[in-house]
Design a protein around this ligand. Structure first.
Ligand code: TRP
Length: 431
């Protein structure tokens, strides 16, 4: 795993609109072209089931979103593009993670808490109409991320808590069973433009002020004609500040084009003409994509094939990884019991010190036993040399060095000191 892995999911719950394009699809497609990262994009249809009980809507939205991403330039050969429900290992991992997730953590999830607060305010039972899927949402999302050992998860602010929970869950699993999961980070997309809708509020399905991304050309023209403007007459100078029309234009136009429209506003362009300029500009960018989109929508078999090929690629990773994880937690072939001991001694596996740097810029180390289980975890050192010296003491003096380092080590409640001392001794013996 040399290059960085980026992973993000899109819940298929509706038809993509211009706001989704500018805020998510376009920047993600651009990022996916990078050659120094491995990108994973998937349709989170298991997540969609939590809020949608209309089967045909999930199916249609899955097709529309998949077609939109491809039409916008996502290259399924270069990235891994798949549908969550084609990866049976994901619900399997969800269960393994469920069993290391504290219920209290899930009680604190914003989405669940908001539902409970709403019920309480309405003097209902706290959990009225809350399905267990909503409650488990963060664990399913953790499984999505941890399955592919993603380093970075590009998400909006509203999803940050979910990434923090995925980190917690990964750390808990690693602590119990050894270092199996990469602890992911949120890549928060603050710079991402939010597009105003027809009425000037944020473009959103729920405000019914959106423009579908691939509306036919004539529909697009009509929708744009409906953008709210003020009542200034042709010839009167217009304000760009607070003009939804101007903001939408800016999201599509180059700096020069934007400058030109700004001047036209000052010179009193008629709203009808400004709308025509906007329509032409958007249509110029979208027309070729729309054609591609229409072709994909007309050939669901092709789309299905592409998604299944993506799933095949993804499962090359998820199938063996899940087999490992099953073994790690004890879901094992019974015959391996006897031979596993022999394997352990013959492999000459050794306990291991790992040194690394955290985002607080301090230097850390940890001690893992032969199975990769975490035995010791240091606190932060100011320099790698200081961390190295502490390791040196442990490697030469073994357990005898532990009391002197008590301030430099985090408490190891779940680990028996005997195991630590034995591992250190093993290292000394092997040297
Ligand atoms: N919860 C995300 C959303 O609603 C979608 C999602 C599901 C996701 N699984 C994910 C995003 C994993 C990132 C990583 O936007």
């Amino acid at each position: 795993m040399s290059s960085k892995r980026f992973l993000t999911g899109i819940t298929p719950s509706g038809t993509p609109h211009l706001g989704n394009y500018v805020g998510a699809i376009r920047p993600s497609v651009q990022a996916s072209l990078r050659t120094d990262v491995e990108s994973f994009y998937f349709l989170a249809d298991y997540h969609a089931l939590i809020k949608i009980d209309e089967p045909s809507r999930i199916q249609r939205s899955t097709l529309e979103i998949a077609a939109s991403w491809l039409a916008a330039g996502l290259d399924p050969e270069h990235v891994t593009f798949y549908r969550q429900s084609d990866i049976p290992e994901i619900p399997e991992l969800t269960w393994l993670l469920t069993c290391v997730t504290s219920k209290g953590l899930l009680n604190r999830a914003h989405a669940y808490k908001a539902a409970v607060d709403q019920n309480t305010a309405a003097q209902q039972e706290p959990d009225a109409d809350v399905n267990a899927g909503l409650f488990m949402y963060p664990v399913l999302m953790a499984a999505d991320i941890l399955m592919f050992n993603a380093h970075q998860v590009p998400v909006g602010r509203d999803q940050v808590q979910h990434i923090e929970m995925a980190r917690d869950i990964a750390q808990r699993f690693n602590h119990l069973y050894g270092e199996h999961f990469t602890v992911p980070e949120a890549a928060i997309e603050d710079s991402v433009a939010t597009l105003p809708g027809l009425d000037g509020r944020k473009m959103s399905k729920s405000y019914d002020n959106h423009i579908p991304l691939f509306a036919p050309r004539e529909d697009l023209r009509k929708l744009i004609a409906g953008i709210l403007t003020d009542s200034r007459a042709p010839g009167e100078p217009k304000e760009t500040e607070g003009s939804a029309l101007f903001q939408i234009y800016q999201a599509f136009a180059s700096a020069e084009e934007t400058f030109a429209l700004r001047q036209a506003y000052a010179a009193g362009i008629a709203w009808a003409d400004a709308k025509q300029v906007l329509f032409e500009r958007i249509d110029r960018e979208l027309a070729p994509m729309r054609e591609h989109y229409t072709a994909l929508m007309a050939d669901p078999g092709k789309m299905e094939e592409i998604l299944l090929a993506g799933a095949k690629k993804a499962r090359k990773l998820s199938t063996p990884f899940t087999a490992d994880l099953r073994r790690v937690v004890g879901l094992r072939d019974l015959r391996t019991q006897v031979s596993s001991k022999a394997a352990k001694t013959s492999k000459t596996a050794k306990p291991l010190f790992k040194q690394y740097r955290e985002s607080d810029s301090k230097f850390y180390f940890k001690l893992l036993d032969v199975d990769g289980r975490l035995l010791l975890q240091s606190t932060g050192f100011d320099s790698p040399k200081d961390a190295g010296q502490a390791i040196g003491l442990l490697r030469t003096q073994g357990g005898a060095a532990l009391p002197g380092l008590i301030d430099k080590l985090q408490p190891h409640n779940d680990v028996d000191s005997k195991d630590i001392i034995a591992s250190l001794q093993l290292m000394i013996d092997a040297d």
